[in-house]
Design a protein around this ligand. Structure first.
Ligand code: RNT
Ligand code: ZN
Length: 439
């Protein structure tokens, strides 16, 4: 056992379902019949599912490290735990790992980059001086892989962020450095969107906040608002870039006060017609974003979701098939919000194989969307409108054991992607051939 790679692929291979694959058409036909009885068209659901892009976050592949020559350690109150071998050390390794993950995920997706993943040929380029050409390698790769790109300025892991403040910093010079970073990143995002023919969601998240109780809660928020106004001052083509802003309740080192709170950014996004980013891990543990989506959508044109899984705190665990994940998917489908919602993932787990982490989280989000697309929503609505809450509850519960798995299995095979119990072998092989050889 000790000589096996950590992935223990040999044991997993035995779970392969080659026999069931040959019966998947039959299983799908049965499932299709069962859903049809409820008035649900499985073929239509799969056609819709195959068109929903998910933005895979580059930072799961290297523990939010990035490739700056200075190699600053992770800051901004973000923490990645674990030391699973094989983390990507170069942009090429990260691209190769991401391509492997994408080959295990049905559909056409996007890739979400941070400014700290610039390719500068080993030269130090200040964050305030980054240019689109520092991301040409990513743009070329995205073209080749037929991916859209999304982008984020990096307001952490930098000496100018060491005292916990960036855009809300009390020092004008430091504030201006970060404002400049925000401005150059919008141009980079727009260049990505132009090159790839698909708007690049460029998301601003800053860590600014205090560990302990401040006496001035107003000043930093006023400074943040002004900094954002300056960053967003130049109008850019919405066909190339969509600006979004992301709130947080607290972080490590900003337990008592976060400048960019939910109320702050909700107001900012409404007042300035920005995209609001809701991160599932950024609220009180009993608060859920699934209940915020339909409120936010009354006032906003578009949302960005950072689909994540908080465990006790904003721990960014791999997305699993939780009630909340399903609730999020139901909200998007039931209310027809998919066209106005950008789906991104945001978690970082270094204790497991990182390619598997991408595949597990993305596949789960797609499965949750599939479950939502297979809901007999018209029937449920009629029950609700008629005040028949007993029937509504009964049908919602009866739906839970419907044969979603057969539909998903068929979908994976149709899309040329290994189905459940078959994809992990690919990860194991990749680990043995590629990841295990990295020091
Ligand atoms: C941090 C935010 C933010 C980051 C990424 C790396 O709490 O969730 O989205 O996770 O920008
Ligand atoms: Zn996030």
């Amino acid at each position: 056992i000790l000589s096996l790679p950590p992935c223990a692929g040999i044991r997993y291979v035995r779970l392969g379902l080659s026999k069931q694959d040959t019966q998947s058409e039959k299983a799908y036909a049965l499932a299709r019949g069962q859903f049809a009885t409820l008035g649900v068209d499985t073929d239509a659901a799969l056609a819709k599912l195959s068109k929903i892009p998910v933005s895979l976050h580059c930072w799961q592949g290297d523990d939010v490290g990035g490739f700056e020559p200075s190699g600053e350690s992770l800051g901004g109150g973000l923490a990645v735990t674990g030391n699973y071998p094989g983390k990507a050390r170069t942009p090429d390794e990260l691209r190769s790992d991401a391509a492997k993950a994408l080959s295990l995920i049905p559909g056409n997706h996007r890739f979400n980059l941070h400014a700290s993943y610039a390719e500068t040929d080993g030269k130090t380029v200040e964050r305030s001086a980054l240019e689109p050409n520092h991301f040409q390698g990513w743009i070329d790769w995205a073209k080749e892989q037929q991916l859209g790109l999304d982008f984020n300025p990096t307001f952490f892991s930098h000496p100018n962020a060491d005292d916990g403040f960036t855009l809300a910093h009390g020092d004008k010079g430091i504030r201006e450095f970060w404002i400049e970073h925000g401005i150059v990143c919008r141009h980079i995002g727009a260049a990505m969107g132009r090159a790839l023919g698909s708007p690049c969601v460029t998301n601003v998240w800053v860590p600014d906040g205090y560990k302990d109780t401040p006496v001035d809660r107003h000043g930093p928020r006023e400074r943040l608002a002004k900094s954002l106004d300056t960053i967003f001052a130049e109008p850019l083509d919405a066909n190339h870039i969509l600006d979004s802003v992301e709130a947080k309740l607290f972080g490590i080192g900003s337990e008592s006060y976060v400048v960019g709170s939910h109320e702050f950014y909700f107001g900012y996004a409404v007042a300035n017609r920005k995209v609001l980013c809701l991160d599932a891990g950024h609220f009180h543990p009993t608060e859920v974003i699934s209940d915020k989506i339909s409120s936010a959508m009354q006032w906003l044109d578009r949302l960005l979701l950072h689909v994540s899984r908080g465990v006790r705190w904003d721990s960014d665990h791999v997305v699993t098939m939780t009630d909340e994940l399903q609730a999020i998917a139901h909200e998007l489908v039931r209310n027809d919000y998919l066209g106005r919602t950008h789906l991104g993932l945001d978690y970082f787990d270094a204790s497991i194989n990182r390619v598997a982490a991408w595949a597990i989280g993305t596949r789960n989000l797609l499965k949750a969307l599939l479950i939502a697309l297979l809901e007999p929503i018209d029937t449920l609505r009629q029950m609700e409108q008629a005040g028949d809450f007993t029937a509504r509850l009964a049908l919602l519960e009866d739906m839970k054991l419907m044969p979603f798995g057969a539909v998903w299995h068929y979908h994976c095979l149709q899309q040329g992607v290994p189905p459940d119990l078959n994809w992990m072998q690919e990860v194991c092989r990749y680990e043995e051939d590629i990841l295990a050889k990295r020091s």
